[in-house]
Design a protein around this ligand. Structure first.
Ligand SMILES: *Cc1c(COP(=O)(O)O)cnc(C)c1O
Length: 382
């Protein structure tokens, strides 16, 4: 049977039970389960604020929109970011009317602090760090730079649901805002949704209005206790409709209970892959994971000489890996930075993500390992 890169797995009966509660109660939208999920996420991560969204993309858009507006950044303001990410990370910078400045990655495939520092100018306002594959990379080094230079720090934690440091700490306490994704193939699968966690309580208040068109229902309710103006609300911001709903939050509430179990299995898969490739360090390069990081293992990536041919060879054996990611500076709106991040370009051309999900078995890993090794050793004798 074919082995896919990602296949979501749900606790179906439990999810249906939660969804049934919403349907019977007649409450499927904002509030109710969305609030419960926010509370559970705060308990799980330890963050003080969490607001449930219809996607992480919405969260990234909101993060830059609010930081720009509240800090009075102008059109020249620059955000230092990685070229090796899903496109929504960098689109969020452009959509907010800011300039994306690309820094290079290191062996963790996350931003290299040295490269970040070399890109800082007097226009730099923020850094966007992406924890690729659930890896913390040198996040703390980047956080230290942000502190030193007075820059805001945005953490795209789309892959990091359940990532911890080995001392139990959840990475991100230095960040001004953290955005998680609960899209179907992420570690905490729903259908589409996400969470935005601001450090500043005022930004958390603003984001709650901005995810519902900027509407503030409280102002008139507070001044008119008689209820005469119940229908009336103030509109404080130009916002979008970005909040999550109770049906999808129902799935999130259930899957959150199994996140640590699922991530432990992902780490087991990663261990099996790592053991399988141990004898081929020259042909199959693994991504460096910091010793202090207990990764969510959203991805298992290897770097090989002949990625495109390996992809075809694996596909012929019904193994369907992926690529995370194509260097974003290859896309037309970021091409002004083409060639500025040679390590990211190299990885973009040589990286391959092997199947990583709850339905991959030990036997599947052995099949994949064998196929990969057979390809790289044949290459060798050619
Ligand atoms: C998936 C992903 C996003 C976007 O998440 P959605 O919830 O699908 O909007 C953002 N950044 C990265 C790195 C991602 O992998």
């Amino acid at each position: 049977m074919a082995i896919q890169l990602f296949t979501p797995a749900f606790e179906v009966e439990e999810c249906l039970e939660q969804i049934r509660e919403c349907l019977e109660k007649g409450w499927t939208g904002l509030g109710y389960k969305t609030v419960q999920f926010e509370e559970e996420w705060k308990k799980y991560t330890g963050w003080e604020h969490a607001h449930y969204l219809n996607s992480a993309t919405a969260g990234l858009n909101l993060a830059f929109d609010i930081l720009k507006e509240e800090n009075g950044w102008d059109q020249d303001a620059e955000v230092i970011t990685t070229p090796l990410t899903f496109i929504s990370s960098n689109h969020a910078i452009l959509l907010a009317g800011l300039k994306a400045v690309f820094a290079d990655i290191d062996d963790t495939l996350c931003l290299d602090p040295q490269s970040v520092e070399s890109r800082i100018t007097d226009k730099t306002k923020a850094v966007l760090f992406v924890g690729l594959g659930g890896n913390t990379g040198h996040y703390r080094g980047v956080a230290a730079l942000c502190k030193k230079y007075g820059l805001k720090l945005v953490l795209d934690a789309a892959h990091m649901a359940g990532t911890r440091y080995k001392n139990g700490e959840v990475p991100g306490k230095e960040a001004d805002v953290i955005v998680y994704s609960f899209q179907a193939v992420k570690n905490l699968p729903t259908a589409d949704s996400g969470m935005i966690c601001f450090k500043d309580p005022e930004y958390d208040r603003i984001v709650r209005e901005k995810t519902w068109l900027g509407i503030n229902k409280d102002t008139y309710a507070r001044t008119n206790s008689s209820g005469t103006y119940k229908w009336r609300y103030d509109v404080e911001y130009v916002g979008n409709k970005y909040h999550g709903n109770s049906i999808i939050a129902s799935i999130g509430l259930v899957q959150l209970k199994y996140l640590d179990r699922d991530n432990a299995y992902r780490r087991q898969l990663a261990e099996w892959y790592t053991q399988g490739f141990a004898s081929y360090p020259d042909k199959i390069k693994l991504v460096e994971i910091d010793a202090s990081c207990e990764s969510s293992r959203h991805l298992f990536q290897i770097i090989v000489d002949n990625r495109d041919e390996m992809m075809l060879a694996l596909n012929q054996q019904e193994i369907y890996p992926g690529v995370h990611y194509v260097d974003n500076t290859e896309y037309r709106m970021y091409r002004y930075a083409d060639g500025t991040c040679p390590r990211a370009r190299y990885v973009s051309d040589h990286v391959i993500s092997l199947p990583m999900h709850m339905k991959v078995t030990y036997e599947d890993v052995q099949t994949i390992v064998k196929a990969v090794i057979s390809f790289v050793t044949k290459e060798h004798t050619k």
